[in-house]
Design a protein around this ligand. Structure first.
Ligand code: CP
Length: 311
């Protein structure tokens, strides 16, 4: 197994190799053991300063990165666009250059514009980790999702993974597809035709509009949120109708011959894509995904920082 990532930044799963993903998972296995010890901290990122720049809302990703950084003993600074000089008209590059002049080594960034992390990576020297850029990619979510699937199913080669819901507006869907295809899984995307891109099959996935058939086929159903905030026109008649055709409730789950593992990246619209008794059921691993997020983010931070030290 490679001992080093092939890349200085984590901008998207598209830009890393299968070997990179396997190295991250192997490293995350070790960190998962660490975070379950009574003393959860290791000194791996001592003297490394990480800035978390969030230009868009987040609960899980932001807390998870901050915890991962602190478990690795990094110095952490947090920036939220809502409480910053961005509101006074400062540009992204000026904001980041000002932060970097305070000697920041790594930047974790969430931004509503697709490509914003790449824009920074082309202009500044710090390691950039994409924590979600618009409808483009959310690489650490895909890593923690695939890692959680691997815990349930073992090697993902040939495993049947359904991604269900608003595929069109979802960075999680795109990063999941890149990651799962690199690991050899079979992927079906399922949702209303208006919420699936026309040419998505060019990424090597099959398309289904039938939820029941998709659930019967799948080993895992990764269910996505309807992203109303990214929809400039109305793609579905109503949330009620969406839920009727593409929502997963207990009655549907109980009627299946094979019940897949249920996943969701959060935040959940309870009663829309998942009923509460499914989200909280024995088939759901939603909270294990969150736990695995910390270990995988520790692995990414550690491996990017080690790469700098080895230079
Ligand atoms: N899964 C995810 O990205 O959640 P947040 O938007 O809360 O970070």
């Amino acid at each position: 197994m490679n001992q080093q990532l092939s890349t200085k930044h984590l901008l998207g799963i598209k830009y890393i190799t299968k070997e990179d993903i396997e190295l991250i998972f192997h490293t995350a296995d070790n960190f998962k053991e660490v975070i379950n010890r009574p003393i959860k901290k290791v000194p791996s990122l001592r003297d490394v300063t990480v800035a978390n720049l969030f230009f868009e809302n987040s609960t899980r990703t932001r807390i998870s990165f901050e915890l991962a950084e602190k478990r690795l003993s990094a110095d952490v600074v947090n920036f939220s666009a809502a409480a910053s000089s961005v509101k006074k008209g400062e540009t992204l590059l000026d904001t980041v250059n000002n932060i970097l002049s305070m000697k920041v080594d790594m930047v974790v960034m969430r931004h509503p514009a697709p490509g914003a992390p790449q824009f920074l990576a082309d202009r500044i020297d710090a390691n950039i980790i994409n924590a979600g850029d618009g409808t483009h990619e959310h690489p650490t979510q895909a890593l923690l999702d695939a890692y959680s699937m691997r815990e349930q199913l073992g090697n993902l080669k040939g495993k049947k993974i359904a991604i269900i819901g608003d595929i069109k507006h979802s960075r999680v869907a795109l990063s999941n597809i890149y990651c799962l295809k690199k690991l050899g899984a079979k992927v079906v995307v399922c949702g209303p035709p208006t919420l699936i891109q026309k040419h998505i099959s060019t990424l090597g996935v099959d398309v289904s509009y039938n939820l029941r058939e998709t659930l019967e086929w799948a080993d895992v159903a990764n269910v996505l949120r309807i992203q109303l905030e990214r929809q400039d026109i109305q793609y579905i008649p109503s949330l009620r109708e969406y839920s009727q055709y593409y929502g997963i409730n207990r009655a549907l789950l109980d009627s299946l011959k094979n019940v897949p593992v249920i996943m969701h990246p959060g935040p959940i619209n309870r009663g829309v894509e998942l009923s509460s008794d499914v989200a909280d059921s024995e088939h759901s691993i939603i909270l294990q995904q969150v736990e695995n997020g910390v270990a995988n983010r520790m692995a990414v931070l550690y491996l990017l920082a080690s790469r700098e030290k080895l230079k």
